[in-house]
Write a protein that binds this ligand. Structure first.
Ligand SMILES: [Zn+2]
Length: 454
């Protein structure tokens, strides 16, 4: 007797560019069998008219800040789940909201909506060793301390190190190298970075990241390329990355499908000259929280809120749509949400990225074919995370993380006004073999686990 089986759906085999009219049986959290006329199951999911996909894997998002959201019980993670994500990577952009060990303990205690893997973040470690000045270099002693903490985190299962270079301009290249001195040449790890500067400084920033991956001899993921290079220079950025790949560097990219970015208004991203560099006006900057929710900035308001509410997320409506489409289409780019909220406020990408990518960019705009689109959100990130022997495909023996959606109807509903609305067209999400979402309702938000690096 199976725990459950999915019948009447189209199983996506993106490896071979085909849909299979087969049933899928689940037992003990695994895909037990794929075929016709499967044995009886305790639960039958009728997926008529729907695509049955491997669960979406979000290689770049941001976790809850327990200090702020403990009462909200997995607010961000629930948004992920409702848009079809079953596994997500936290600790990006140099930032851990709390130490990965604390996250692991919390998930072990009460479960979590999606499976998590974590980076250890450089900027987080800087604070831990007492360097709270983002403009200051770290001392040799602090770098040594961070290097040991990196080693410990990796020994405890972190997937690698993330850098948030733009958020700490005092970071030197020597420091970036130094904190990885005990993990040099580790091909089983992954580095990621939020670039040093965006806009017209995107290309030298890509050079810095490529150099870092080369010197440390560790695979490298360039984070959210769209917010780095969607200012009329995406083509050049992608060519640069291809150039490094041809030189043999193991370099890949993620990007989110929106033409606006979001971060703290008080951060170094909005340091002197930032808006000029991006070609943005003050009115392009939208405030997201009280007392200025959805208010567009003036020069005066911008500097006032930077001082009085430095942690308020703002939306900067400044990126070029044609550049976003270029990024979505490129074979080195996987799609990731960079999802992030505080007090339910923030950018709609955290609740809409994957349905938006499939509905708008793949189905409607045809930036790439359907199977390529599916690979960008399933097998590509699974391979990058070295999870591809158990996730990212519908195969017997693989983890039963499955997203069932209506390709005709799938679309994002979350907007800058209502950034956490569940999408259209996601019918069921199955995590670890258990139905976790039906329609827009969460049935069980505890199926996810904290995964150590494979
Ligand atoms: Zn970032």
């Amino acid at each position: 007797m199976l725990d459950s089986k999915i019948i009447n759906g189209k199983l996506i085999d993106a490896e071979n560019d085909r849909l299979l009219d087969l049933e899928l049986g689940i037992k003990d959290g695994k895909i037990a069998c794929i075929g016709k006329d499967l044995p009886d199951a305790a639960q039958v999911i009728d997926a008529k008219g729907h695509m049955v996909s491997p669960g979406f894997i979000d290689i770049h998002m941001h976790e809850e800040d327990f200090a702020v959201t403990k009462k909200q019980e997995w607010d961000i993670s629930k948004c992920m789940l409702r848009m079809g994500v079953t596994t997500a990577v936290i600790g990006n952009c140099g930032s851990n909201r709390q130490h990965p060990a604390e996250m692991e303990a919390e998930v072990a205690k009460k479960g979590c909506p999606v499976n998590y893997l974590s980076y250890i973040g450089h900027n987080f470690l800087r604070e831990q060793v007492g360097n709270r000045n983002t403009r200051a270099e770290s001392t040799p002693e602090q770098i040594e301390q961070m290097a040991r903490m990196v080693k410990d985190a990796v020994d405890d299962g972190a997937i690698g190190v993330s850098y948030g270079i733009e958020y700490a301009q005092g970071m030197t290249f020597e420091e970036e190298l130094g904190i990885c001195k005990y993990i040099l040449g580790r091909k089983d790890l992954l580095l990621s970075a939020h670039y040093r500067r965006d806009g017209d400084l995107a290309i030298p920033s890509i050079d810095e990241m490529a150099q870092l991956g080369r010197e440390l001899d560790i695979p490298f993921q360039i984070s959210h390329l769209s917010s780095c290079s969607a200012y009329g220079n995406m083509e050049e950025a992608l060519e640069r990355i291809e150039h490094y790949r041809k030189e043999g560097l193991d370099l890949t990219v993620d990007a989110y499908p929106y033409n606006a970015f979001s971060t703290d208004i008080g951060s170094d991203v909005f340091g002197p000259g930032a808006l000029e560099r991006l070609g943005a006006s003050y009115a392009d900057v939208e405030l997201t929280d009280e007392p200025y929710e959805h208010v567009r900035c003036t020069e005066e308001l911008f500097y006032e809120v930077r001082k009085t509410h430095p942690h308020m997320y703002v939306i900067c409506h400044v990126m070029r749509e044609d550049d976003i489409a270029l990024a979505m289409a490129h074979p080195l780019v996987m799609v990731a949400s960079d999802g992030l909220y505080r007090n339910h406020k923030g950018h709609p990408r955290g609740a809409g990225t994957f349905p938006r990518f499939l509905g708008r960019y793949v189905r409607d705009e045809k930036v790439c074919d359907f199977y390529t689109g599916i690979r960008k959100i399933t097998s590509m990130p699974a391979q990058r995370l070295r999870l591809d022997s158990r996730k990212g495909y519908l195969k017997e023996g693989f983890d039963a993380d499955i997203t069932i959606f209506d390709y005709e109807r799938i679309y994002d509903n979350s907007t800058f006004e209502h950034p956490q609305l569940a999408p259209e067209g996601i019918a069921w999400v199955i995590v670890d073999g258990k139905p976790a979402v039906e329609g827009k309702e969460i049935l069980d938000g505890t199926c996810g686990r904290y995964l150590r690096r494979p």
